[in-house]
Unconditional design. Structure first.
Length: 225
């Protein structure tokens, strides 16, 4: 599998920016060869973890399983990561940075929930990664992290489209959780079943189901919810 195994499945744009995290006492810039070695090691460990998750589920995986699959030593692993959770979260943080940049740039002048198209596109571009993270074989740790991140993104978007007073803050929280639950549930089903929907079709379905209800819920005058 050679070179193929060394290509990272995580978004590449932010991997190099995280290398400094693993230097205990940052000093002068390290030679490019060192940076490449770090990236190759991260890519190999990330890929090995994702392959194992898809094969037998996150809970059953041990650090030794990852070492055996990646063919690296224990000391090499712990020079970069504290645990398998740390390795998984590291990959999610890279994916999150890439996604956040895309969706926030698409938020300006967009219709209600239209920027969620970027979310579905991002998922489709990294299917193997997200099948491992949010699918039936995934990790509850990452599921919670994704829901928290999406909650922040969706709240920011809804506030930019609908005037919400301090008194209506509770209604906004309900709407955010409704949208996030719908997004995560729909994506998990899409990935786990391989349902034959394009990015545009799955987003259009989500938008039709959610937009009018969310908008009406946030703008109608009511003492309930």
């Amino acid at each position: 599998m050679g070179n193929e195994r060394q290509r990272s499945i995580w978004p590449r744009s932010s991997v190099s920016n995280r290398d400094a995290r693993f230097v205990r006492n940052p000093g002068p810039a390290k030679p490019p060869a060192t940076d490449r070695r770090v990236r190759r090691t991260h890519a190999l460990l990330h890929r090995s973890l994702i392959e194992l998750i898809l094969e037998k589920g996150y809970r059953k995986i041990t650090v030794q399983d990852i070492l055996d699959r990646a063919d690296v030593g224990r000391s090499t692993f712990y020079a970069h990561f504290r645990s398998k959770d740390d390795l998984l979260v590291n990959g999610w943080e890279d994916a999150r940075a890439s996604f956040a940049e895309q969706i926030r740039s698409s938020n300006e002048r967009a219709e209600l929930l239209e920027p969620m198209l970027v979310f579905f596109q991002h998922i489709d571009d990294h299917r193997q990664l997200y099948r491992a993270m949010v699918g039936k074989q995934g990790s509850e740790l990452i599921d919670r992290a994704i829901r928290k991140f999406l909650s922040e993104i969706v709240e920011e978007h809804l506030r930019s489209r609908v005037a919400v007073s301090e008194r209506d803050k509770r209604r906004l929280e309900v709407a955010v959780q409704f949208v996030v639950g719908g997004l995560v549930g729909l994506v998990t089903w899409w990935l786990d079943t391989g349902a034959p929907f394009t990015v545009e079709e799955i987003h259009a379905s989500f938008q039709r189901l959610a937009t009018h209800g969310v908008e009406r819920f946030l703008t109608e005058r009511s003492d309930s919810a």
